[in-house]
Design a binder for this molecule. Structure first.
Ligand SMILES: O=P(O)(O)OC[C@H]1O[C@H](OP(=O)(O)O)[C@H](O)[C@@H]1O
Length: 324
């Protein structure tokens, strides 16, 4: 903790560490946890006056923001909560911030349910979906289709290096969905019996590019070549407002130990260790031409027209989440 963040509570620091180390993961879940952490900061504040309270909340937001750079749901959540921090007295500020965070969390859950209902309309009885990573937005579409009485089958890519496909497979099995778990390299072979590639998103850029777990772009290109529709399920908090003004989305680079253990590295590199470079980008960018539809709680869009929704929701201005 830096000197100017002395007011940030240990509970907030702990949430930030959990996000950075991916004990809390997935763009929507991260946003939910960040809003919750700001509510905790407001509730248990040690600040003695309104100005100190505001400063501590901004510092808490900054601490949460600095955990992972790619999922825009995180700064969008922080900005939303901080903009609701209104009032003159300490008690008013506390109450407004907590209410705003609760509202955010409620809206987030409702948006996912709504998105699921819309996405389910694209799935027919008997369809086979191929998933990549674990996305709660993507799985909400499957859940809603099941609730509609449709039978859905899933081919689940394990998603190296962290194998989050296992989380998706577990959830789908709990719902009774027949699951075939495959290694990432087997995807093209299994596209022959796939009706939809169904993935989530961490960020969506103004041109309709989809930033999602590494491997999504290769899958989308191959699906296009095979004539399989690519469907992206993403609540509107995944829309990246800065990209309207030309900013690009930062791709998180994670530790190499997620790819090779220290022992494996030693075995590969031998005596010339410094000449072995291991890179571990967590995300990639799928161009809009490889995506058929982006499904949001506000309807489904061809990727090229998502900017219209982005302008409507965010207007022109964004800025850092903690800027008033
Ligand atoms: O918001 P939901 O749909 O749950 O997840 C969206 C995306 O977040 C995840 O990132 P990570 O596992 O946190 O690196 C995956 O890339 C997933 O597709």
């Amino acid at each position: 903790m830096t000197d100017d963040r002395v007011g940030v509570l240990p509970a907030v620091e702990s949430t930030a560490t959990d996000i950075a180390e991916m004990r809390i993961r997935g763009a929507a879940t991260i946003a939910d946890a960040a809003a919750e952490a700001l509510a905790t900061q407001a509730h248990q504040t040690q600040a003695e006056g309104p100005e100190a309270f505001r400063e501590d909340l901004r510092a808490a937001a900054q601490t949460l923001y600095e955990t992972r750079p790619t999922a825009v749901s995180l700064p969008n959540a922080l900005r939303y909560v901080l903009r609701g921090m209104t009032g003159e007295t300490l008690a008013e500020l506390q109450a407004s911030t907590i209410a705003r965070a609760e509202e955010f969390q409620r809206d987030l859950a409702q948006a996912q349910t709504k998105l699921g209902e819309i996405g389910a309309n694209r799935l027919r009885d008997g369809d086979v979906v191929m998933t990549h990573c674990h996305s709660t937005d993507a799985l909400a579409c499957v859940e809603a289709a099941l609730e509609d009485g449709k039978e859905i089958e899933a081919i689940v890519k394990e998603t190296r290096p962290r194998k989050q496909g296992h989380i998706a497979a577990r959830q789908l099995r709990e719902w009774g969905v027949p699951v075939t778990l495959i290694v990432d390299n087997a995807a093209r072979r299994y596209l022959d019996r796939t009706d939809h590639v169904l993935v989530g998103a961490d960020s969506i850029a103004a041109d309709g590019s989809v930033v999602n777990k590494i491997g999504t772009s290769g899958l989308a290109v191959t699906a296009r070549e095979r004539g399989v529709a690519v469907m992206v399920a993403a609540q509107t908090i995944k829309l990246h407002p800065d990209t309207m003004t030309g900013h690009t989305v930062e791709i998180e680079m994670r530790d190499e130990t997620e790819v090779v253990s220290k022992a494996e590295r030693a075995e590969i590199a031998g005596d010339i260790d410094e000449e072995l470079r291991v890179e571990n980008p967590a995300f990639d960018v799928t161009p809009p031409r490889h995506v058929d539809a982006i499904v949001t709680e506000r309807g489904q869009f061809p990727p090229e027209s998502i900017v219209v929704l982005m302008r409507e929701l965010f207007g022109g201005s964004t800025g850092e989440p903690w800027e008033p």
